[in-house]
Write a protein that binds this ligand. Structure first.
Ligand SMILES: Nc1ncnc2c1ncn2[C@@H]1O[C@H](COP(=O)(O)OP(=O)(O)OP(=O)(O)O)[C@@H](O)[C@H]1O
Ligand SMILES: [Mg+2]
Length: 265
């Protein structure tokens, strides 16, 4: 397994945000992770990526090596990258600089810092720059290379956040609501790019998304959380027809047309 958790648990005071989750992800999968607001999806990502410390008894394995107690930079070095639910880009930097910094911060910052100004570094900078430009072309932002991130549209910033995660050359990409705030056309475009990146770079992907169409159209297996617990797991069809899933969503979000339509389709 590329990623495996055993009894993954996280309390915040009396609240069990993530509650005993066993999770297995094979290399090459595109997995959906869904659940109502507050069901523990982002916390799950924060635990796997080392941002939160898991409770006693929890275990996380990447490539079957235990990473439960590792720091975020150690987990990143294992090839795990993520995007955040709230957009995080360096607004004052250009699009290309955002990717370059994403690369250096995670891939080779220490060796880079140690050798600033030397010829070897300039050569490597050139190579990294070429690689990042190729990545920008792949995500459709090549024309915006020199633009400040603050000038981009929401859709372009979402792409940039994806590009920044990709600049780390990950093997496992954790996407937290990558399509939030996008128009339907931009959602389709983003999905096409994510699947393209997966094929091109041999990625494994986990997508957290409230736009259920995204998950249902893209993922082979969908895992469903509610109150921090895994309540269902299966193909999109299985999950859509699972009574506990319908209840988890409809019990709280009767007014959400899209949820109902997606689940009952
Ligand atoms: N740092 C924190 N301190 C205290 N409570 C937290 C913290 N992070 C998350 N929680 C709580 O844990 C629960 C799970 O939150 P989480 O953000 O993981 O849910 P989510 O499934 O990502 O929700 P959403 O779909 O709204 O993004 C929520 O009740 C949330 O308020
Ligand atoms: Mg969340």
């Amino acid at each position: 397994m590329l990623l495996r958790t055993e009894k993954l648990t996280k309390h915040f005071g009396g609240l069990r945000a993530v509650d005993g989750i066993d999770f297995e992800l094979r290399k090459g999968e595109v997995r959906g992770l869904i659940g109502p607001n507050g069901s523990g999806k982002s916390t799950f990502f924060n635990l796997v990526s080392g941002i939160y410390r898991a409770d006693e008894g929890s275990r996380v394995f990447i490539d079957e090596e235990e990473t439960t107690h590792e720091e975020p930079h150690q987990i990143a070095a294992r090839g795990v990258a993520r995007t955040f639910q709230l957009l995080r880009v360096f607004a004052e930097m250009t699009v290309l600089e955002n990717l370059m910094i994403g690369h250096h911060l995670h891939v080779e910052y220490s060796s880079f810092a140690a050798a600033v100004g030397t010829r070897g570094v300039r050569d490597r900078e050139r190579k990294v720059r070429e690689e990042m430009l190729e990545l920008l072309a792949f995500i459709g932002l090549a024309d915006f290379e020199a633009m400040q991130a603050s000038e981009l549209s929401v859709g372009q910033r979402r792409l940039l956040a994806l590009g920044r995660a990709m600049a780390m050359r990950p093997r496992l990409l954790l996407l937290d609501e990558p399509a939030a705030g996008l128009s339907p056309v931009n959602v389709d475009n983003l999905l096409r790019i994510i699947l393209g990146l997966k094929d091109r770079y041999g990625l494994t992907v986990v997508i957290v998304e409230h736009i259920l169409r995204v998950v249902m159209d893209t993922c082979g297996i969908v895992t469903v959380l509610d109150h921090g617990q895994k309540i269902a797991e299966g193909t999109p069809d299985e999950v859509k027809n699972d009574h506990s899933v319908i209840e988890a969503y409809l019990g709280r979000e009767m007014d959400d047309e899209e949820v109902r339509a997606a689940l009952q389709a």
